[in-house]
Design a binder for this molecule. Structure first.
Ligand code: CU
Length: 336
């Protein structure tokens, strides 16, 4: 039975279960240590939640092609694999949440940020900081702060069970250990990009409107990087209204660098990105590019290339093709 992924702004039970599961994974030691990943400093256990942080940073530091510039294209971003790679990440997180919650029916909720980014009515002004997502109650995400001091992920110096950032990426992207630090969010302040706003409903609709951009009926196009036209790059946000990127920038703080999975809002953000991709595939077919005739310089981004992961068995790797149709595993209550 496919689990159903629901709107975290409308479903209190899904939000509460997600928060509870994240806290369990945040305190569950994995079999790996910081030493296993060559992270400097004393070797400490890596908790299951933090494996996702490390996995994301390592993929973002892996240039494609090898020896190239990870800022041009890397193993998870700035190229066609962006959407399937993050779909795989979400699937593994969802599976671990189902396990620790002992609930095989649990579906990862999504954050429909365009609802929070859109004005409530004609002539109105959006007020995303007032979204119920950020409530300071034990079943809310807390708002902004350095560190965040309210909600389920608040930092309390005297309480070692309160939420801690343990692994981060420094400015060069290298992994490092941090101790005794809480989560940081700075809404709408990410300089030097001016004052970023959350995307609006009309921005999401542009992914499905060939009149706005005829290329959106294609999944991705040559040169398969940040200059490409097509659905992938419009949704990733390097062309068009800046969709996915804009959400990272608006939340700011720990959502900005390569270690952005440190903020639990990362996964509900990406679940919404995945939902928009699913809405696109329902309209345009489960199409992907490039296929295996693409040159080795795109290794890791072609349809049958294995995706490097700390979770999948080596003889059964995830691939873009393997996740194009996920309807047997999960579905969305509402597609855009
Ligand atoms: Cu990412």
């Amino acid at each position: 039975m496919a689990v159903v992924r629901r709107d975290i702004l409308r479903d209190d039970a899904a939000r509460a279960a997600y928060i509870h599961g994240v806290r369990l994974l945040k305190h569950e030691p994995s079999s790996l240590t910081t030493g296993s990943f060559g992270i400097p400093g004393p070797s400490r256990p890596v908790y299951t939640y933090d494996l996702f942080v490390i996995w994301h940073v390592l993929a973002m530091n892996t240039a494609v092609p090898p020896g190239g510039d990870a800022g041009v294209r890397n193993a998870a971003h700035r190229g066609p694999v962006f959407l399937p790679w993050h779909r795989v990440l979400l699937r593994w997180l969802e599976a671990h949440l189902q396990r620790v919650l002992d609930d095989p029916a649990f579906g990862l909720p999504y954050w429909n940020w365009a609802a929070d980014g859109s004005p409530a009515g004609p002539g109105g002004v959006a007020n995303p900081a007032a979204s119920p997502l950020w409530r300071n109650t034990p079943d809310g995400f807390g708002g902004q702060g350095a560190p965040v001091r309210g909600g389920a992920f608040a930092f309390r110096a005297a309480d070692p069970t309160s939420f801690r950032v343990r692994i981060a990426a420094n400015s060069s992207g290298a992994l490092r250990q941090v101790t005794e630090r809480g989560l940081v969010r700075r809404f709408g302040q990410s300089a030097p990009f001016g004052s970023p706003r959350l995307p609006r409903t009309a921005d999401v609709a542009s992914c499905f409107d060939p009149k706005a951009d005829p290329s959106v009926t294609d999944y991705d196009r040559d040169p398969f990087d940040v200059s490409s036209h097509g659905l992938r790059n419009r949704l990733e946000g390097f062309v068009g209204p800046g969709l996915h990127n804009q959400v990272h920038l608006w939340v700011g703080g720990d959502m900005a660098p390569a270690s952005s999975p440190n903020d639990p809002v990362f996964f509900v953000h990406h679940c919404n990105v995945d939902r928009i991709w699913e809405g696109w595939m329902r309209r345009n077919g489960r199409r992907y590019a490039p296929d295996m005739t693409a040159p080795d310089s795109l290794l890791g981004h072609r349809i049958d290339d294995p995706l490097v992961s700390p979770f999948a068995p080596a003889d059964k790797p995830d691939t873009p093709r393997g996740v194009l149709d996920s309807t047997a595993v999960n579905s969305y209550d509402v597609l855009p």
